[in-house]
Design a binder for this molecule. Sequence first.
Ligand code: F6P
Length: 357
Amino acid sequence: MKRIGMLTSGGDCQALNAAMRGLVKTLANQTSDLEIFGFLEGYRGLIYGDYRMLTSDDFAGILTQGGTILGSSRVPFKTIKDPDEKGLDKIESMKLHYKKLKLDCLVVLGGNGSHKTANLLRQEGLNIVTLPKTIDNDLWGTDMTFGFQTAVEIATTAIDHIHTTAASHGRVFIVEVMGHKVGWLTLNAGIAGGADIILVPEIPYDVKNVVDAIEQRRKNGKKFTILAVAEGAISKEDSKLSKKELKEKKKVNPYPSVSYEVADQIQKATGAEMRVTVPGHTQRGGSPCPYDRVLASRLGSEAAALILQGEYGFMVGIQNREIVKVPIEEVAGKLKVVSPDASIVKEAKMLGICFGD
Ligand code: F6P
């Protein structure tokens, strides 16, 4: 008998359902002696004992379905050791529910913050296996997270759609792309969508360089310019500030996000007619693309294989096209960022894309 708990934690993404389906299908193909407990809304379900017993039927027909059948929530790691408003010890409570249900293993589908909590639970003696989900692709230990490729497609489509209208009106457009503190999504969607300027958090920009690139395009007869700007993009000036100083500065910053600030600066310097488009959470929604369906199915299936062998404490990821197991303690707390020296950045620059650096 295998008793498996499962939860989806943090911001949702495409192919969460595909990954769970891959896991359960593989387990069910190997053993009929199986009980699956789905905790609802991420770690919250584990803390408060909110779960559903699931059967194979629950996983039928969900390969293509976006979101997560279990629901998700953000339970911040930085307050995980603090008691809740009623004084409940969250970690003890999670351990209690795991033990009460006599689980053999807890499967966590999560991103960065969720891996920190998963690692803590592992240190507390629980058997944990994790799967890397996030549209940001910022998890250490895996070349790719599921959700990422679908989000790249959505952000690229947004840039594609902006292209025609930008060209008609001769405007300068900013498409703001998600990605939290990293630029993978913006970089890939920017290249795929033919953006002229790409701003990512890992390469702080000087707005003068951005303005110069726009002026140069104008001189070359290009009436419009498209910028793909990461939501976490940062100016050279701001990148020199301490965390505290930056926080103080943000408090009095009148702009809703970095794109509006850059748009204002460009407008003042060039007189260009500016527009900002923020696809926002559309990047996390809808059906997973085929790549993500395949990746999530493979990862889910290999996670099941680990569980059947009684191997715990690993994230199942992909490196050089092979599925690998990476110790959770190596993943937790580490960001996979875009290196300014990465060949993809070099190639983008050779294509003539300006990074504002
Ligand atoms: O981590 C995924 C992500 O979509 C980030 O790209 C973004 O910064 C964040 O989540 C948005 O979070 P929320 O859905 O809580 O607003």
